[in-house]
Each structure stands twice: as structure tokens, then as C-alpha cells.
Design a protein around this ligand. Structure first.
Ligand SMILES: NC(=O)C1=CN([C@@H]2O[C@H](COP(=O)(O)OP(=O)(O)OC[C@H]3O[C@@H](n4cnc5c(N)ncnc54)[C@H](OP(=O)(O)O)[C@@H]3O)[C@@H](O)[C@H]2O)C=CC1
Ligand SMILES: C[C@H]1O[C@H](OP(=O)(O)OP(=O)(O)OC[C@H]2O[C@@H](n3cnc4c(=O)[nH]c(N)nc43)[C@H](O)[C@@H]2O)[C@@H](O)[C@@H](O)C1=O
Length: 325
């Protein structure tokens, strides 16, 4: 891809103008809210934010009208149909259709309305189920996907390719970041449709409050997952907006993995539940392992700061103070 790698598009100007218009799509979600917190801390004064109710990003004409009127200088795409293994497996049409619509509308309208730079967020599920570990960026499209999330993965791969195609054809500064499994404040704590970490936090908390003797955890407990606190991701997003401009997507991980059993034990301790774990092996394990190789991002100067243990304590504190069922 060397000759097409328009790294000369790099402007390193994102942090110099804090009054620039920045559209954070999906600002009420786990990731979008963390990016807004980070940009606000940094002194950005002109964030453009629209809730789903105010602007449905699947509606092409509404998105076009919004971009034509607001003309954001920078765009961060953190709006998506997102969920854990059960949601991905149960609603394949939503996961491919809604995500293709949102990202296509936003990326195309941003380009057509003069946005200087756009960052698209994908996910580590884009890689083949049995990719080499840790997974380098160039493992993309080298093998079959994990079946529980292939619909979502195909949409995310299309988003990466769309950014690359616009970069090549239009010399436009669109980049992509692939975060590992995330957690933190404003996560989705739905009992079935969420990811494992918020699901277990809520289940252990409710078991503790109700004096339950056991908590059910899905699968065998053997899959390995890499977790990153969303405040670290927001820091990486700002870093990439400032420092990175290239054709290739960049992995964003913590470099540390735990088994689901280890996660459940850590969660039990963080929440203070004293009963037993029961494994429901009728539920899918999903991909056995997906540790990403984030050395490219590290080589340009970004590394994470928040340990899983500290992040769990911080997130449980947020849950206790804020979560309303
Ligand atoms: N959570 C994770 O573990 C990971 C997340 N990512 C990526 O990060 C990004 C954000 O994920 P996350 O913050 O966890 O997801 P959330 O579900 O927490 O947030 C998604 C946001 O997108 C909004 N949204 C969804 N559909 C629409 C729509 N049609 N129009 C307008 N807004 C919409 C949601 O609004 P509403 O709730 O009102 O619908 C919500 O604010 C995604 O691209 C995801 O792939 C990547 C790796 C891991
Ligand atoms: C971010 C990522 O997220 C998803 O992939 P996943 O990593 O498989 O996601 P998960 O967090 O749902 O599960 C991780 C592991 O944990 C186990 N597990 C135990 N108990 C519960 C439980 O109660 N809920 C859930 N959800 N999982 C549980 C579960 O069986 C699995 O083995 C995709 O959406 C994918 O598209 C994607 O991008």
C-alpha cells in the first residue's frame, strides 16, 4: 500500500485550534461520552453534538442537511449499533445494516462538506477468528471471521475500506482506529445485550444486594479478552487526531489479556459479592482469543495508563452513583 499511503496529508493541527468545530457522533454512548469529556478537559469550545433523537444518522438526507448546515471541521465517528456476543448473534440485520448506513452517511457527508479530518472507529472483531496473536493490523482479511459477530465485522471492515478509498481517490484525511473491548462510565448495562464486563458488574451487584448464593456467567470461562478503559481510548483518539495520518487502520489495545474466568473473579472482588460462580455452557464463547498488537500506535507515542483493576473500581463507583435501571 506504500505508494497510496498519503501520510503527507498529516496536518498536526487538531490541538492548535480549540475553537474548531468538532462533531462527535454518538456522544451519549460509552466512547462518545469519554471523547467529549477529554475534548472538554483539553479546552475545546465548539463541540457539535446531536442525540439519536435529534439526528438519526441512518437517514441520509437528514445527515446531508446537518453537514451542509454545520460544516464541522473535524469528525469522530463513535455512533454505531453496538452490543455484546448475544446481541450480535441475535440481530445480524441490525448490526450490518444500521452500521453500514451510519458510517456511509457520515463519512460521505463529512467529505462533501469540507471536513478536514475524520476518525472512524471499528473494533477488534474485524480480524479472523484464528488470527495470529497478538494480532497485527495486516491480519485483516486473511481468514474467516468469528460467526457470532461477522455481520458487525463486515460493516466495520467496510468503514475502514471507505476511509482508505476516500483517502486514495480524494486525498482526504480519513483515518481508522480499532479499539479492543472497552469499558467504563456510560457503558450499556443491559442484562443480555451488553458486553461481558458491564453485564457481570450489574449481575454481581444485584446478586450482592439480593443476597443471592450464586451468579451465572456465560460460556466456559476460557476465552481470553483484552480490556481497555474508555478514558484511555479517548486519549488515544485525540492522539491519533493530532499525530496520525495514514492509510492503515491502527490497533488500540491495552496489551493485557485475562480469561473470562479471571475477569469474573476480579469483578466479584471489585463488587464485593461473596457467593459462587456457575458457568452456563449453553451460551457461546465467541472467539477464543483476540489480543491485538498495538505496537504501531506505541511506536508513534501512545500507550495506555489505566490498569484493569483500577478501571473496574472506577467503573463500579460510577455505576453506583449514576446507573438508573
Ligand atoms: N464498547 C466496546 O467494547 C467497543 C466499542 N467500539 C466502537 O466504539 C464505537 C462506540 O461504541 P460504544 O460507545 O461502546 O457504543 P454505545 O452503544 O455506548 O454508543 C453508541 C452511540 O451511537 C448512537 N447511535 C446509535 N445509532 C444511532 C443512529 N441511528 N443515529 C444517531 N446516533 C446513533 C447511540 O445513541 P442511542 O443510544 O440513543 O441509540 C449511542 O449514543 C462503535 O463504533 C464501536 O464499534 C469498538 C471496540 C469495542
Ligand atoms: C467488543 C466486541 O464485543 C463482542 O465480542 P465479545 O468479545 O465476544 O463480547 P462479549 O463481551 O459479549 O463476550 C465476551 C466473552 O464473555 C462471555 N460472557 C460471560 N458472561 C457474559 C455475559 O453475561 N454477557 C456477555 N455479553 N458475555 C459474557 C461471553 O460468552 C464471551 O466468551 C462482539 O460484539 C464484537 O463485535 C466486539 O467487537
Amino acid at each position: 500500500m506504500g505508494s497510496q499511503d498519503n501520510s503527507a496529508l498529516a496536518s498536526n493541527a487538531f490541538l492548535t485550534d480549540k475553537s474548531a468545530k468538532v462533531f462527535v457522533a454518538g456522544h451519549r454512548g460509552l466512547v462518545g461520552a469519554a471523547i467529549v469529556r477529554k475534548l472538554t478537559q483539553l479546552g475545546f469550545t465548539n463541540l457539535i453534538l446531536r442525540s439519536h433523537a435529534e439526528l438519526d444518522l441512518t437517514r441520509q438526507s437528514d445527515v446531508e442537511a446537518f453537514f451542509a448546515s454545520e460544516k464541522p471541521e473535524y469528525v469522530i465517528v463513535a455512533a454505531a449499533k453496538v452490543g455484546g456476543i448475544h446481541a450480535n448473534n441475535t440481530y445480524p440485520a441490525d448490526f450490518i445494516g444500521i452500521n453500514l448506513q451510519i458510517q456511509t452517511n457520515v463519512i460521505d457527508s463529512a467529505y462533501r462538506n469540507g471536513t478536514k479530518k475524520l476518525l472512524f472507529l471499528g473494533s477488534s472483531c474485524i480480524y479472523p477468528k484464528f488470527a495470529p496473536q497478538p494480532i497485527p493490523e495486516d491480519a485483516l482479511l486473511t481468514g474467516p471471521l468469528e460467526p457470532t459477530n461477522e455481520w458487525y465485522a463486515i460493516a466495520k471492515i467496510a468503514g475502514i475500506k471507505m476511509c482508505q478509498a476516500y483517502r486514495i481517490q480524494y486525498k482526504w484525511d480519513a483515518i481508522s482506529g480499532m479499539p479492543t473491548n472497552l469499558y467504563g462510565p456510560h457503558d450499556n448495562f443491559h442484562p443480555e445485550n451488553s458486553h461481558v464486563l458491564p453485564a457481570l458488574m450489574r449481575r454481581f451487584h444485584e446478586a450482592k444486594i439480593n443476597g443471592a448464593k450464586e451468579v451465572v456467567v456465560w460460556g466456559t470461562g476460557s476465552p481470553l479478552r483484552e480490556f481497555l478503559h474508555v478514558d484511555d481510548l479517548a486519549d488515544a483518539v485525540v492522539f491519533m487526531m493530532e499525530k496520525y495520518s495514514g492509510l492503515e487502520h491502527l490497533n488500540v489495545g491495552s496489551g493485557k489479556e485475562v480469561t473470562i474466568k479471571e475477569l469474573a473473579e476480579l469483578m466479584k472482588e471489585a463488587v464485593g459479592f461473596e457467593g459462587d460462580l456457575v458457568w452456563d455452557t449453553t451460551k457461546p464463547d465467541g472467539t477464543p482469543r483476540k489480543l491485538m498488537d498495538s505496537s504501531k500506535l506505541a511506536s508513534i507515542g501512545w500507550t495506555p495508563k489505566i490498569s484493569l483493576r483500577d478501571g473496574l473500581v472506577d467503573t463500579y463507583k460510577w455505576y453506583l452513583e449514576n446507573y438508573k435501571q
